[in-house]
Design a protein around this ligand. Structure first.
Ligand code: NDP
Length: 454
């Protein structure tokens, strides 16, 4: 994939970048490694001070960073602003709590003194996607740098200006140049970086295929990896749900980021007693959405990030329709410039169709009707993925049952799945492994070292 800024609203190529050469990569690895030797000895206070400065830079120039995101991948400008602010929040969160999360833990044993201490590992590689081009990076970088590691970012090829801007922000906050570097490289160059002895671990957010590739290379050289892959999150609506609220949140859950979010609500599993009413409400609310220029303030849905994402979504929808699904609305890309796909609802989903087995990365809601809660849970679990899930009900027994039986990294009750810096985030099954955010996130890339003194 060419490293380039291609405006998804117009299809225009705005800027292209050459991938780094082997010599340039070597130089960056060397700088990262030598910087780590000093940086690992820095105090939590000095790291926290710089992270707080990062937060200020993000907030002060939020429109500038937001504009870059919208330009490169098409998210509505207002959500890009919200994304910048969330990045500032995660920096402040780890600045405030990081030292506490990593403070030595004394353990009573037969020794005169024994404890657990958390030390940085070294250079950590992050392979990141375009869908939240700032957030995915800061979610990784804030805890990683707070722990005393240094970071290399291989960002998605369609958001190079975001990648460069992020490196500038860290440098502007006073971090030494080698603490956070952006590597403009192609995906084929990632393997050599993982194999390099100076790189100690890797984290990837993206597709299953990329996750498999990166994890297998990391496995071969026995390096730690964290994977945050796709999701096909169920949104279960039971008979006693507040339907109006559920449908309102369903729109946000499905449409946020033009539908391109790993934790988007993708499969709406509704019990039959209320299914017609829920479908009607969802249809009315989808029809009210405005699709158009993502820079415009009143736009709800912008273009999909790339022509390939659009083509893949179109293929999945068409195949599902050809196999017998009913189209409630939408179902075909919009004509004209840009990667625009309209809000779409499919129902009567056939067995073995893509809608039953694959993740849909765009503004397409898949509506399933089931008889009862037991079948709702069975269908929710009938996927190879297990990122998030939500259930809408007031019934305590059903809530407990969902908590016990739903196979996912998180369960939200009467709300949509969202990430919160204070709570761990990640999946099970083919959605990946490891956790980001909260105390669990900062402990992924550290040496949990046992100290024993006789
Ligand atoms: P990818 O997984 O291909 O891209 C994510 C990152 O991985 C990019 O930096 C990409 O680089 C890199 N990458 C891709 N292939 C390899 C490889 N073989 N070795 C090393 N690095 C690699 O996602 P796509 O953009 O292609 O999106 C496809 C699908 O992935 C979506 O439809 C969605 O299902 C899923 N996805 C999930 C996301 C999530 O948040 N969990 C985010 C984005 C996508 P490059 O851009 O240079 O190819």
């Amino acid at each position: 994939m060419m490293i380039a800024t291609i405006n998804p609203t117009t299809g225009e190529t705005l800027q292209t970048f050459m991938a780094l050469t082997a010599t340039e990569i070597e130089h960056k690895l060397d700088l990262a490694d030598s910087t780590f030797q000093n940086y690992r000895k820095s105090s939590f206070e000095s790291r926290a001070d710089k992270l707080l400065k990062v937060a200020t830079i993000l907030e002060d120039d939020a429109p500038e960073w937001a504009r870059l995101m919208t330009l490169e991948m098409g998210k509505p400008f207002q959500s890009a602003i919200a994304e910048v602010n969330k990045c500032a929040l995660v920096c402040r969160y780890y600045a405030e709590h990081g030292a506490d999360f990593l403070k030595d833990r004394v353990v009573e044993t037969d020794a005169s003194y024994s404890y657990v201490t958390y030390q940085p590992l070294g250079v950590i590689l992050a392979v990141m996607p375009w869908n939240f081009p700032f957030w995915q990076v800061f979610r990784f970088a804030a805890p990683t740098l707070m722990a005393g590691n240094v970071a290399l970012l291989k960002h998605a090829s369609n958001v190079p200006q975001c990648a460069l801007a992020i490196a500038t922000i860290f440098k502007g906050a006073g971090f030494a140049k080698g603490v956070f570097q952006s590597l403009l490289i192609e995906s084929g160059q990632v393997e050599q970086v993982i194999r390099d002895d100076r790189v100690k671990a890797v984290t990837l957010t993206g597709s299953e295929l990329a996750g498999q590739k990166v994890a297998s290379v990391a496995g071969e050289v026995l390096k730690k990896s964290v994977l945050e892959l796709g999701g096909s999150d169920p949104f279960i609506v039971l008979e006693d749900a507040d339907l109006e609220e559920a449908a309102t949140v369903a729109v946000e859950g499905r449409m946020r980021n033009n539908g391109q979010s790993c934790i988007a609500s993708k499969r709406f599993i509704v019990v039959e007693a209320i299914a017609p009413k829920f479908e009607k409400l969802l249809l009315e609310k989808f029809q009210a959405l405005k699709i158009g220029d993502p820079m415009a303030e009143d736009t709800d849905i912008g273009p999909l990030a790339t022509p390939a994402i659009l083509a893949e979504l179109n293929h999945q929808v068409q195949k599902t329709i050809d196999m017998g699904a009913r189209v409630v609305m939408g179902g075909k890309p919009l004509q004209g410039k840009g990667n625009f796909y309209p809000p779409t609802i499919l129902t009567n989903i056939p067995e073995d169709s893509p809608a039953m087995t694959e993740e849909f990365f765009g503004p397409v809601a898949l509506l399933f009707t089931v008889k009862d809660v037991q079948r709702a849970i069975a269908l929710a679990n009938n996927t190879s993925l297990g990122l998030g899930a939500c259930v809408w009900t007031q019934n305590e027994k059903n809530i407990e049952r969902c908590i016990r039986d739903i196979e996912a990294g998180s369960l939200f009750i009467n709300d949509m799945v969202k990430s919160d810096v204070r709570l761990p985030f990640g999946g099970i099954k083919r959605s990946g492994y490891g956790r980001e955010l909260s105390v669990e996130g900062i402990r992924e890339f550290v040496n949990i070292k046992t100290i024993w003194q006789k």
